[in-house]
Design a protein around this ligand. Sequence first.
Ligand code: NAD
Length: 467
Amino acid sequence: MSNYKFYEQVNKAFDRAAKYTRFEKGLLDQIKACNAVLRIAFPLERDDGRIEVIHGWRVQHSHHKLPTKGGIRYSLSVNEDETMALASLMTYKCAVVDVPFGGAKGGVKINKSDYSDAELERITRRYTFELYKKNFIGPAMDVPATDYGTSAREMGWILDTYRQFSSELDADGCVTGKPISQGGIRGRTEATGRGVFLGLEEAVSKKESMKSLGLETGIEGKTFVVQGLGNVGYHAANNLVNAGALMVGVAEMDGSIYSKKGIDLDKLMEYRKETGGIIGFPDTITLKSNTDVLEAQCDILVPAALENQITEKNANKIKAKIIAEAANGPTTTEAHDIIKKRGALIIPDSYLNAGGVTVSYFEWLKNIQHVRFGRMGKRFEEDSFKKILRVIETVSDRKFTEKEFSVLAKGAGEAELVDSGLKDTMINSYNEINELRYKNNVDLRTATLINAINKLGDIYEQMGIFP
Ligand code: NAD
């Protein structure tokens, strides 16, 4: 585990894809390089008065477009290598889904559960101040968001801290994933998991691809296992269940559980809230470790926890036909090759979990426009639909009920527009990378990175290099 180099893994995948592009080595090196790396250490006063040093990072991988964008992670596994890797993935992700940002990532090396809420607030506010001092945050410079271990609450603290120093008009756009009351957008919390589902839905709609896996098209009836029932894992699982898939296995911090008959997601979430874990959930088998369930029989495996989970050690034992990389970097390059040889389909992180940054982009747009999506047009749309329905009533015998009117004449509000934009993005991007996959006869990860490199290379060529 300790000699695992995440940034090297990302660059290995990049180099494989780069061979299929027309760009010279120097330009490719520039695309790969992290443009700015900030390492900070600051004091935290614990609730009992002790002083503790907190270590944090922020990496702006690519300044080819500004602002840069990427989440903030709170975990003991955070280090410079991990933050650089995640920032690089953000650049490629943004390019793949046509989000006009450079990639960035931040992290604080803490185990969240070791700190009180008041301590977490002090850490978050001080970290924000450190970013502000070094020009590593701002609506036009670098815009953090949620990631592993952080949520809307932390994003709200970040905005409030930023506002203490900046009175700029667009300050709300300095961070995304905020609570709605602080300029957040409907659908952001669910966005990454929803995007995972939409990407999967598109992938399983392809007849040829499913035939080669020995699967029917469609989500309905497919079995899946999820690792990590956090923000991304829960919402991905919830969307899959709502579309008729059967959740047969779950891995969490305390271990993993399996049931051939299926596990009720809502009841499991309640059970976890009450007991603090998933082990012992009725009618399930408890497996030895929290990676065992990854090897269970299922159609789709959704790793949604952390990187380096599917490695040379367990890749041979994984039976899923589709690996849906909801987490960043869950599969090592070596494991990827083993699974690919078996003929399974890996839907890569830099495409599949891009729903989060896509909706973050919408939130940022909302913030700099200072108006909620749908505010101007919703009622106009509804009135127009109603007029059409009334015309239909006058030219036919059909009379619509009040309920039908409210459903058929519903105008698009923020939630509907966000979902529509997310859907469009996930569908279009899948088809772009899928086309490149067949054109170059490569796997989907390589195709995704070819797509990103082509877009980034074109931009660098067009803008030239500043002297
Ligand atoms: P989260 O903190 O909300 O949830 C992570 C969950 O994984 C937690 O429930 C945790 O208990 C569980 N977990 C941790 N280690 C585990 C292990 N070894 N086995 C099983 N479960 C384990 O984090 P998240 O925001 O859902 O992020 C998960 C992954 O998705 C990360 O790789 C993150 O970078 C990626 N991601 C997140 C977003 C986002 O919008 N939050 C966007 C893109 C990618």
